[in-house]
Design a protein. Structure first.
Length: 455
């Protein structure tokens, strides 16, 4: 198999007799070369056969897909588009402007155009956009021999043969059967004799995230898609769901980190786009942190009377922010996996309050010992009221950590209930919130503990 440098040299010097080597590349290799070497992508696709080009096309980033199709001669672009699986073709077209879709639909064959328009008719982000109408459906009256003969005749046109789908005369799905069940019985056995009438199906209008959840909970390579009447419309295959899950997980992680989701890999996104994706959140978080300065100004009198309190401000607010970020990340992931929902809010509150109490006590003990040991071994002099300083740190850490775990766990659930993206309650946002409120908790505890002495 040629290396990427060999491919570049071959294309650069127009070594026509060796172009056959290009079709020995795997789809992943073709996509990786294209994503790395955009300037050679169009020439590469001109010399790939349509089948190899179509298989690799779905692994290429969206913006590069569009630029390749636009730059290719119309005949070659038509070959590739017509060779693509319906769901892959729909995934490509759905992100294009309407005018571009209209032009590209013209180069499709009537059959492929009809399938594409049908899939594009479903809501964006729905299972309907993810499914392919290429599958094998059978009837109960057929024998295993007839089914296998049909597969030999028409099977190449389908995306997967792992599962066959049994429908009635009205097209309603009544069962799905693994192909191995047809290979281990007598050829004369009827389909009805090996059915169990138990199947799992996706609804065509379900959100695509629902497909990820169903595939995760069931060991399947393909699942049928039906409408409200139960009529079989298509199937969703595992490879499409895995790509969707990877994309969704990437977006969630980027949002949790405190930025907008990137639309393409970090190595290929333009510098202005990278700045634009990150600047918005940083400005919001900066404005939020300004409230911390306001809170400190409010307690300026207490700080001037007991300067020693200022030493522990970073320790207190960072502990609260860290605990809040932990809770937020754990709850967001649990929600993504379907383990919890808004209905479980009270259970989450109880667990996180208790977790915050225990974690806060652990940190509080560490903080108390820090003050006591430094005072004992003369590493720092906290004054004659060092015990009250240590007590303040102890109870402040308990309060701040409890508040951090509570707010970090509740924000994702509240946002989900309001219809917003739970990932928007990112770790930096929670940390900013806890920074401000942590100061209030700290100085309130200090006022109660030290009243009549330092304050």
């Amino acid at each position: 198999m040629p290396s990427f440098n060999d491919i570049k040299n071959l294309l650069q010097h127009n070594r026509f007799t060796e172009f056959v080597k290009l079709n020995k590349l795997t789809p992943r290799d073709i996509a990786e070369f294209t994503n790395r070497h955009t300037q050679w992508a169009v020439k590469l696709f001109q010399h790939l056969d349509a089948k190899n080009a179509a298989r690799s096309f779905k692994f290429i980033r969206k913006k590069k897909q569009q630029s390749i199709i636009n730059a290719l001669p119309e005949e070659k672009a038509a070959e590739i588009l017509n060779a693509m699986q319906p769901d892959d073709r729909t995934a490509f077209l759905e992100d294009l402007p309407g005018s571009a879709v209209k032009e590209l639909l013209k180069v499709l064959t009537p059959e492929h155009r009809a399938k594409t328009l049908e899939l594009l008719g479903y809501a964006e982000g729905s299972v309907g956009r993810l499914m392919t109408p290429d599958y094998v459906s059978i009837k109960t009256s057929e024998t295993c021999s007839e089914v296998l003969h049909y597969i030999r005749m028409r099977g190449r046109a389908t995306e997967t043969l792992n599962w066959l789908f049994v429908i009635d005369d009205k097209g309603v799905l009544i069962d799905d059967i693994n192909i191995k069940d047809f290979l281990v019985v007598d050829p004369g056995t009827h389909v009805s004799d090996i059915m169990d009438y138990q199947f799992i199906a996706l609804n065509v209008n379900d959100p695509q995230k629902e497909a990820i959840k169903v595939f995760r909970n069931n060991s399947r390579f393909a699942l049928p898609v039906t409408d409200e009447r139960g009529v079989l419309l298509g199937i969703v295959t595992l490879d499409d769901v895995l790509r969707l899950a990877e994309s969704e997980d990437t977006r969630e992680i980027q949002k949790i980190g405190g930025s907008e989701a990137l639309d393409e890999p970090y190595t290929t996104i333009s510098f202005p786009s990278l700045i634009r994706k990150r600047a918005g959140w940083l400005i919001i978080l900066f404005l939020g942190e300004m409230l911390t300065a306001t809170a400190m100004g409010h307690f300026e009198g207490e700080i001037s009377k007991a300067v020693v309190l200022a030493l522990f401000i970073p320790l207190i607010i960072s502990s609260g922010g860290n605990s809040g970020s932990q809770a937020s990340s754990i709850i967001i992931r649990a929600m993504a996996l379907g383990e919890i929902g808004f209905r479980d809010w009270w259970r989450v509150v109880r667990r996180e309050i208790m977790s915050g109490l225990v974690l806060g006590a652990i940190l509080g003990i560490v903080g108390f010992l820090r003050v006591a040991l430094w005072q004992e071994f003369h590493l720092y002099n906290y004054g004659e009221h060092w015990l009250k300083v240590a007590t303040t740190v102890f109870f402040s850490l308990i309060g701040v950590v409890m508040w951090g775990t509570f707010s970090g766990s509740m924000l994702p659930l509240i946002l989900k209930k309001l219809g917003a993206d739970p990932a928007a309650s990112s770790a930096p946002f929670v940390a900013t919130l806890v920074d401000v409120t942590g100061l209030v908790i700290y100085f309130t505890v200090a006022y109660v503990v030290m009243q009549g002495t330092l304050l």
